[in-house]
Design a protein around this ligand. Structure first.
Ligand SMILES: Nc1ncnc2c1ncn2[C@@H]1O[C@H](COP(=O)(O)OP(=O)(O)OP(=O)(O)O)[C@@H](O)[C@H]1O
Ligand SMILES: [Mg+2]
Length: 321
């Protein structure tokens, strides 16, 4: 099977004068064509840093390394800055939580779409304008032809995120990394934007790395799911494996903590016993042992690796499994 993205042994450190934080510690995964891979875990577990490491978009204080980091067989760690700029956007699209960070407030959305389509997409100005209208229609912006001349502030936040999706799609990336794409939106709008994103993924047969706190969103939209804790992947499997037959005590705790009526995901994670430890003081052995309800003495010493458990492709990192 051809993997679009192949990551093996990814490590990302932040260094300052005082300390060194390992935000991502030996993460390995792959994304196949047309596959939606979900990434869940508490705040601070390293989800965003994993995504930014793949695209080499890290702050200057960070360094990352990997045994393998390839997109369609091409090494990303040794790619030139020019090639990386091409890959970002055209091959791998990125959508973040805050749409306003992706839109320039002083240009109309038409100008921004047309600029992307002409400069990066190689279209003529006329063709770009037509395509811009088609893209806005595709993301359900009513009266698209006229709204091309409006500025970002004239749209709601949900509409701005739809426009960012249109901008991202304009370059027809084969892989989309969506980091909490609906977290900044109203609950009612969240579902609409997520449904749109999933529709577009299906239509364009795009692959997607979908990062979310929201286990419901992950369960509904992903082909496979990775659970991350303190810089490590602790469990991976299909939504059925993860949600119906979770093996890792951390995954089990996350699922038990889903409230049936309250969609506020911050509360979901607070329901887990204790706080996530500081990355400056990573526990010995299994890093979840300090919060684990079933930990034994050996969990303080043995550092578990991802091991097959049950169905094909279902892996968990726990010595008790
Ligand atoms: N610029 C930075 N300098 C130092 N440490 C950082 C920096 N950015 C992130 N980190 C650390 O890296 C770790 C992983 O952060 P990351 O942003 O990937 O978490 P996350 O899983 O995306 O959390 P959230 O769900 O809140 O978005 C955290 O411990 C964080 O404090
Ligand atoms: Mg994040």
């Amino acid at each position: 099977m051809t993997h679009l993205l192949h990551v093996d042994g990814l490590q990302t450190h932040f260094k300052s004068d005082q300390h060194c934080i390992t935000a991502v510690d030996g993460v390995s995964f792959h994304i196949a064509e047309n596959e939606v891979l979900g990434l869940v875990g508490e705040s601070g577990s390293g989800k965003s840093i994993t995504a930014l490491s793949v695209l080499q978009l890290l702050p200057a204080s960070a360094t990352s390394s990997a045994t393998t980091l390839t997109y369609r067989g091409e090494a990303l760690l040794s790619a030139s800055p020019k090639r990386l700029r091409e890959i970002r956007g055209k091959e791998i699209g990125l959508i973040f939580q805050n749409p306003l960070a992706a839109l320039n407030p002083v240009f109309t959305i038409g100008e921004q779409l047309i600029e992307t389509l002409t400069i990066r997409g190689g279209l003529s100005k006329t063709a770009a304008r037509e395509k811009a209208v088609a893209l806005l229609n595709q993301v359900n912006i009513p009266d698209a032809g006229r709204r091309l001349d409006d500025y970002p502030h004239q749209f709601s936040l949900g509409m701005c995120q739809r426009i960012v999706i249109a901008l991202t799609l304009s370059l027809e990336p084969k892989l989309l990394i969506a980091d909490e794409p609906t977290a900044s939106l109203d609950v009612t709008v969240q579902a609409q934007v997520m449904a749109l994103l999933k529709d577009i993924q299906r239509q364009h047969q795009m692959s997607m790395l979908l990062i979310s706190h929201d286990l419901g969103v992950i369960a509904q939209n992903c082909d496979r799911v990775m659970v991350m804790y303190l810089g490590r992947i602790v469990e991976v499997g299909t939504p059925n494996d993860i949600f119906l037959n979770p093996k890792h005590p951390y995954t089990q705790a996350l699922i038990r903590a889903i409230p049936s009526t309250n969609p506020n995901h911050k509360q979901v994670f607070n329901a887990l016993k204790g706080e996530i430890p500081s990355p400056l003081a990573i526990p010995s052995g299994c890093r979840f042992h300090t919060r684990c309800p079933v930990a034994e003495a050996r969990c303080r010493q043995e550092d578990p690796t991802l091991t097959a458990c049950g169905s094909d492709g279902h892996l968990a990192a726990c010595v008790l499994v």
